[in-house]
Design a protein around this ligand. Sequence first.
Ligand code: IMP
Ligand code: MG
Length: 170
Amino acid sequence: MEKHLLLGEETIRSRVKELAEQISSDYADKEPIMIGVLNGVVFFFADLLKDLTIPAKIDFVRAASYGSGMTSSGTVTFTKDVEIPITGEDVILVEDIVDTGLTLKHIARRLEEKGPRSLKICALIDKQERRKEKVTIDYCGFRIEEGFLVGYGLDHDEEYRCLRDIYQLK
Ligand code: IMP
Ligand code: MG
């Protein structure tokens, strides 16, 4: 398989900065709890949070919907829950990429059960091709029609995660 450059480091950095500015202004008088979906989100999460100009708390959840291939298994298992109490808090769920939407929908439902004051969703990449569940992405970095992406946290079988740029695998 070959990898083709899709989003370069500088392009990603400047878009992440814009997202952080937008979140900082929307939450100007608040202190949101930013919840990252492990593992793919780690690079995006760190860059986004460093660019915020408001205080924020952080926590993580982990869910698995992918086996080892490039297609979703359709079943989502929740393997790590939040540890900070989120009841009555403003929560922003941060995900690397939304594909079928099954993972995000499942996690969002779990978090809603805890009664946050608000719950918004931020995703670096919105990939619409195989969407099965309607999800509202409040803060979206890039919209991509199709393809399997790697780099900047995104992996294929745990490979390519640590690349600085985002590539399409072909
Ligand atoms: P969904 O449940 O189908 O929306 O898939 C969500 C998860 O699958 C993401 O959090 C990613 O971990 C993974 N995923 C989906 N598309 C890609 C891709 O193009 N590259 C790498 N991982 C992906
Ligand atoms: Mg993920």
